[in-house]
Design a protein around this ligand. Structure first.
Ligand SMILES: [Zn+2]
Length: 285
Protein backbone atom coordinates (compact mmCIF):
# COMPACT_ATOMS: atom_id res chain seq x y z
CA UNK A 1 0.00 0.00 0.00
CA UNK A 2 2.75 2.37 1.03
CA UNK A 3 4.74 1.34 -2.04
CA UNK A 4 1.80 2.05 -4.29
CA UNK A 5 1.37 5.51 -2.73
CA UNK A 6 5.04 6.24 -3.25
CA UNK A 7 4.70 5.35 -6.90
CA UNK A 8 1.71 7.67 -7.19
CA UNK A 9 3.66 10.50 -5.57
CA UNK A 10 6.45 10.05 -8.12
CA UNK A 11 3.98 10.02 -10.99
CA UNK A 12 2.33 13.22 -9.73
CA UNK A 13 5.71 14.85 -9.16
CA UNK A 14 6.84 13.87 -12.64
CA UNK A 15 3.68 15.30 -14.12
CA UNK A 16 4.14 18.57 -12.22
CA UNK A 17 7.75 18.89 -13.38
CA UNK A 18 6.71 18.30 -17.01
CA UNK A 19 3.84 20.78 -16.73
CA UNK A 20 6.22 23.30 -15.22
CA UNK A 21 8.66 22.91 -18.10
CA UNK A 22 5.86 23.37 -20.64
CA UNK A 23 4.64 26.55 -18.88
CA UNK A 24 8.19 27.86 -18.64
CA UNK A 25 8.83 27.29 -22.36
CA UNK A 26 5.53 28.95 -23.32
CA UNK A 27 6.16 31.97 -21.08
CA UNK A 28 9.69 32.31 -22.44
CA UNK A 29 8.34 32.07 -25.99
CA UNK A 30 5.79 34.80 -25.27
CA UNK A 31 8.14 37.18 -23.51
CA UNK A 32 11.18 36.91 -25.74
CA UNK A 33 11.60 39.24 -28.66
CA UNK A 34 14.68 39.13 -30.85
CA UNK A 35 15.69 42.70 -30.16
CA UNK A 36 14.88 45.49 -27.72
CA UNK A 37 16.24 49.01 -27.87
CA UNK A 38 15.71 51.31 -24.90
CA UNK A 39 16.37 55.03 -25.03
CA UNK A 40 16.78 55.86 -21.36
CA UNK A 41 15.24 58.99 -19.91
CA UNK A 42 18.56 60.10 -18.54
CA UNK A 43 17.99 63.88 -18.40
CA UNK A 44 20.03 66.08 -20.75
CA UNK A 45 22.27 63.46 -22.33
CA UNK A 46 22.25 60.15 -24.17
CA UNK A 47 22.09 56.57 -23.00
CA UNK A 48 20.76 53.70 -25.09
CA UNK A 49 20.54 50.04 -24.12
CA UNK A 50 20.31 47.29 -26.73
CA UNK A 51 19.57 43.66 -25.91
CA UNK A 52 19.06 40.65 -28.16
CA UNK A 53 17.14 37.51 -27.19
CA UNK A 54 20.51 35.71 -27.11
CA UNK A 55 21.39 38.02 -24.23
CA UNK A 56 23.89 40.23 -26.08
CA UNK A 57 23.88 43.61 -24.34
CA UNK A 58 25.18 46.93 -25.61
CA UNK A 59 25.21 50.26 -23.82
CA UNK A 60 25.72 53.35 -25.97
CA UNK A 61 26.75 56.29 -23.75
CA UNK A 62 25.97 56.69 -20.05
CA UNK A 63 24.25 60.04 -19.57
CA UNK A 64 25.32 62.96 -17.34
CA UNK A 65 24.93 61.45 -13.85
CA UNK A 66 24.36 58.20 -11.96
CA UNK A 67 20.77 57.68 -13.17
CA UNK A 68 22.15 55.05 -15.54
CA UNK A 69 22.72 52.61 -12.64
CA UNK A 70 19.05 52.67 -11.73
CA UNK A 71 18.07 52.30 -15.41
CA UNK A 72 20.36 49.30 -15.95
CA UNK A 73 19.00 47.79 -12.74
CA UNK A 74 15.54 47.81 -14.30
CA UNK A 75 16.62 46.24 -17.59
CA UNK A 76 19.12 43.69 -16.30
CA UNK A 77 18.50 41.03 -13.65
CA UNK A 78 20.42 41.65 -10.38
CA UNK A 79 22.74 38.68 -10.97
CA UNK A 80 23.79 39.90 -14.41
CA UNK A 81 26.89 42.01 -13.84
CA UNK A 82 28.32 41.82 -17.35
CA UNK A 83 27.84 44.00 -20.43
CA UNK A 84 29.12 42.74 -23.77
CA UNK A 85 29.85 46.08 -25.36
CA UNK A 86 30.01 49.70 -24.27
CA UNK A 87 30.14 52.40 -26.91
CA UNK A 88 31.22 55.93 -26.02
CA UNK A 89 30.14 58.11 -28.95
CA UNK A 90 32.30 61.06 -27.82
CA UNK A 91 33.83 62.15 -24.52
CA UNK A 92 31.44 64.96 -23.53
CA UNK A 93 30.06 64.97 -20.00
CA UNK A 94 26.43 64.19 -20.97
CA UNK A 95 27.53 60.98 -22.72
CA UNK A 96 30.57 59.95 -20.70
CA UNK A 97 29.94 60.57 -17.01
CA UNK A 98 27.52 57.70 -16.25
CA UNK A 99 29.83 55.20 -17.98
CA UNK A 100 32.54 55.78 -15.36
CA UNK A 101 30.40 54.24 -12.64
CA UNK A 102 29.18 51.49 -15.01
CA UNK A 103 32.82 50.51 -15.61
CA UNK A 104 33.40 50.31 -11.87
CA UNK A 105 30.36 48.14 -11.22
CA UNK A 106 30.00 45.95 -14.29
CA UNK A 107 32.27 43.54 -16.07
CA UNK A 108 32.60 45.01 -19.56
CA UNK A 109 33.95 42.78 -22.31
CA UNK A 110 34.35 45.19 -25.21
CA UNK A 111 34.67 48.96 -25.41
CA UNK A 112 34.30 50.84 -28.67
CA UNK A 113 35.21 54.51 -28.83
CA UNK A 114 37.13 56.93 -31.02
CA UNK A 115 40.19 57.44 -28.83
CA UNK A 116 40.03 61.24 -29.24
CA UNK A 117 41.64 63.27 -26.48
CA UNK A 118 39.69 65.67 -24.29
CA UNK A 119 41.47 67.62 -21.59
CA UNK A 120 39.13 66.96 -18.67
CA UNK A 121 39.37 65.03 -15.41
CA UNK A 122 36.49 62.82 -16.56
CA UNK A 123 38.34 61.88 -19.73
CA UNK A 124 41.44 60.95 -17.72
CA UNK A 125 39.29 58.84 -15.39
CA UNK A 126 37.72 57.13 -18.41
CA UNK A 127 41.17 56.31 -19.84
CA UNK A 128 42.32 54.90 -16.51
CA UNK A 129 39.17 52.82 -16.02
CA UNK A 130 39.12 51.30 -19.50
CA UNK A 131 42.74 50.26 -19.07
CA UNK A 132 41.95 48.68 -15.70
CA UNK A 133 38.86 46.97 -17.08
CA UNK A 134 40.96 44.67 -19.24
CA UNK A 135 38.28 44.85 -21.92
CA UNK A 136 38.92 44.46 -25.61
CA UNK A 137 39.28 48.05 -26.88
CA UNK A 138 38.06 48.81 -30.39
CA UNK A 139 38.86 52.15 -32.00
CA UNK A 140 35.81 53.08 -34.05
CA UNK A 141 36.16 53.47 -37.78
CA UNK A 142 33.67 53.30 -40.63
CA UNK A 143 33.40 49.82 -42.15
CA UNK A 144 33.50 47.88 -38.89
CA UNK A 145 30.72 45.37 -38.42
CA UNK A 146 29.83 43.82 -35.09
CA UNK A 147 27.69 40.71 -35.36
CA UNK A 148 25.37 40.31 -32.36
CA UNK A 149 23.49 37.26 -33.52
CA UNK A 150 22.58 35.47 -36.72
CA UNK A 151 20.26 38.21 -37.98
CA UNK A 152 21.40 41.26 -35.98
CA UNK A 153 24.51 43.37 -36.54
CA UNK A 154 25.87 46.81 -35.84
CA UNK A 155 27.63 48.75 -38.59
CA UNK A 156 29.97 51.63 -37.79
CA UNK A 157 29.55 54.29 -40.46
CA UNK A 158 31.45 57.21 -38.88
CA UNK A 159 34.18 58.44 -38.15
CA UNK A 160 35.55 57.82 -41.62
CA UNK A 161 39.09 57.39 -40.23
CA UNK A 162 40.79 56.31 -37.03
CA UNK A 163 40.93 59.37 -34.72
CA UNK A 164 42.91 57.82 -31.89
CA UNK A 165 45.15 60.27 -30.03
CA UNK A 166 43.80 63.33 -31.84
CA UNK A 167 42.82 66.49 -30.04
CA UNK A 168 39.92 68.08 -31.85
CA UNK A 169 38.02 71.34 -31.47
CA UNK A 170 34.58 70.01 -32.34
CA UNK A 171 34.37 66.85 -30.31
CA UNK A 172 30.67 66.50 -31.27
CA UNK A 173 31.76 65.91 -34.83
CA UNK A 174 33.87 62.93 -33.82
CA UNK A 175 30.77 61.08 -32.54
CA UNK A 176 30.52 57.42 -33.45
CA UNK A 177 27.60 56.91 -35.83
CA UNK A 178 26.28 53.35 -35.97
CA UNK A 179 23.48 51.52 -37.67
CA UNK A 180 21.83 48.57 -35.97
CA UNK A 181 20.29 46.17 -38.46
CA UNK A 182 17.81 43.42 -37.64
CA UNK A 183 16.29 41.65 -40.67
CA UNK A 184 14.55 44.48 -42.57
CA UNK A 185 14.55 46.88 -39.64
CA UNK A 186 17.26 49.38 -38.75
CA UNK A 187 18.12 52.00 -36.15
CA UNK A 188 20.56 54.87 -36.70
CA UNK A 189 22.50 56.22 -33.71
CA UNK A 190 24.13 59.57 -34.32
CA UNK A 191 25.65 60.88 -31.09
CA UNK A 192 25.96 64.67 -31.31
CA UNK A 193 27.10 65.12 -34.94
CA UNK A 194 26.36 68.47 -36.55
CA UNK A 195 24.80 69.25 -39.93
CA UNK A 196 28.27 69.25 -41.47
CA UNK A 197 28.82 65.56 -40.69
CA UNK A 198 25.19 64.71 -41.51
CA UNK A 199 25.77 66.13 -45.02
CA UNK A 200 28.99 64.13 -45.40
CA UNK A 201 27.12 60.97 -44.44
CA UNK A 202 24.27 61.73 -46.83
CA UNK A 203 26.86 62.26 -49.61
CA UNK A 204 28.92 59.18 -48.84
CA UNK A 205 26.24 56.57 -48.31
CA UNK A 206 23.74 55.72 -51.02
CA UNK A 207 21.50 53.97 -48.54
CA UNK A 208 21.15 55.70 -45.18
CA UNK A 209 17.51 54.76 -44.80
CA UNK A 210 16.62 53.71 -41.27
CA UNK A 211 13.33 53.04 -39.52
CA UNK A 212 14.33 54.66 -36.26
CA UNK A 213 16.62 57.69 -36.03
CA UNK A 214 18.23 58.83 -32.80
CA UNK A 215 18.12 62.54 -33.60
CA UNK A 216 21.60 64.04 -33.34
CA UNK A 217 22.62 66.34 -30.47
CA UNK A 218 19.39 66.29 -28.47
CA UNK A 219 17.41 68.03 -31.21
CA UNK A 220 19.77 71.01 -31.39
CA UNK A 221 19.33 73.45 -34.28
CA UNK A 222 22.95 72.78 -35.26
CA UNK A 223 21.91 69.26 -36.37
CA UNK A 224 19.10 67.57 -38.35
CA UNK A 225 19.54 69.21 -41.75
CA UNK A 226 16.84 68.42 -44.29
CA UNK A 227 19.13 66.44 -46.63
CA UNK A 228 20.01 64.11 -43.79
CA UNK A 229 16.44 63.63 -42.58
CA UNK A 230 15.40 62.94 -46.15
CA UNK A 231 18.24 60.46 -46.68
CA UNK A 232 17.44 58.56 -43.48
CA UNK A 233 13.67 59.01 -43.87
CA UNK A 234 12.80 57.32 -40.59
CA UNK A 235 9.32 56.39 -39.36
CA UNK A 236 10.29 57.26 -35.81
CA UNK A 237 12.64 59.96 -34.51
CA UNK A 238 13.78 59.67 -30.90
CA UNK A 239 15.13 62.75 -29.16
CA UNK A 240 17.05 62.16 -25.97
CA UNK A 241 16.66 65.39 -24.05
CA UNK A 242 16.06 66.75 -20.55
CA UNK A 243 15.69 70.19 -18.97
CA UNK A 244 18.28 72.48 -20.55
CA UNK A 245 19.10 76.12 -21.26
CA UNK A 246 19.96 75.62 -24.96
CA UNK A 247 16.40 75.27 -26.17
CA UNK A 248 16.77 71.59 -27.11
CA UNK A 249 14.83 70.29 -28.90
CA UNK A 250 14.74 73.14 -31.38
CA UNK A 251 11.31 74.08 -32.76
CA UNK A 252 12.53 74.15 -36.35
CA UNK A 253 13.99 70.65 -36.00
CA UNK A 254 10.65 69.42 -34.67
CA UNK A 255 8.70 71.01 -37.52
CA UNK A 256 11.14 69.62 -40.09
CA UNK A 257 10.61 66.13 -38.73
CA UNK A 258 6.85 66.66 -38.64
CA UNK A 259 6.90 67.93 -42.20
CA UNK A 260 8.12 64.49 -43.29
CA UNK A 261 5.39 62.80 -41.25
CA UNK A 262 7.90 61.31 -38.82
CA UNK A 263 6.65 60.26 -35.40
CA UNK A 264 8.64 62.16 -32.74
CA UNK A 265 9.32 60.66 -29.32
CA UNK A 266 11.26 62.64 -26.73
CA UNK A 267 12.52 61.13 -23.49
CA UNK A 268 11.50 64.30 -21.67
CA UNK A 269 7.85 63.71 -22.58
CA UNK A 270 7.71 59.93 -22.66
CA UNK A 271 10.32 58.78 -20.13
CA UNK A 272 12.24 55.63 -21.10
CA UNK A 273 11.35 54.66 -24.66
CA UNK A 274 11.54 50.95 -25.42
CA UNK A 275 11.23 50.01 -29.07
CA UNK A 276 10.72 46.37 -29.97
CA UNK A 277 10.63 45.49 -33.67
CA UNK A 278 7.77 43.17 -34.55
CA UNK A 279 7.90 42.18 -38.21
CA UNK A 280 7.78 45.46 -40.08
CA UNK A 281 6.09 47.21 -37.15
CA UNK A 282 7.28 48.40 -33.79
CA UNK A 283 5.95 47.96 -30.30
CA UNK A 284 6.69 51.12 -28.39
CA UNK A 285 6.56 51.02 -24.62
ZN1 LIG B 1 25.23 65.52 -25.97
Amino acid sequence: MILKNKKLVWIVLGFLVCANIVVWVVVKELSSSDLEVVFFDIGQGDSIFIETSDGFQILIDGGPDLTILEKLGKEMPFYDRAIDLIILTHPDHDHLFGLLEVLKRYDVENILWTGVIKDTAEWKEWKKLIEQEGANIIIAEAGQKIVLSENIYLSIIYPFANLQGQEVKQVNDTSVVAELVFNDVSFLFTGDISKKIERQLADKYIDLESDVLKVAHHGSKTSSCLEFIEAVSPDIAVISVGENSWGHPNQEVLSNLEQFGIQILTTRNYGDIKIVPDGNNFNIK
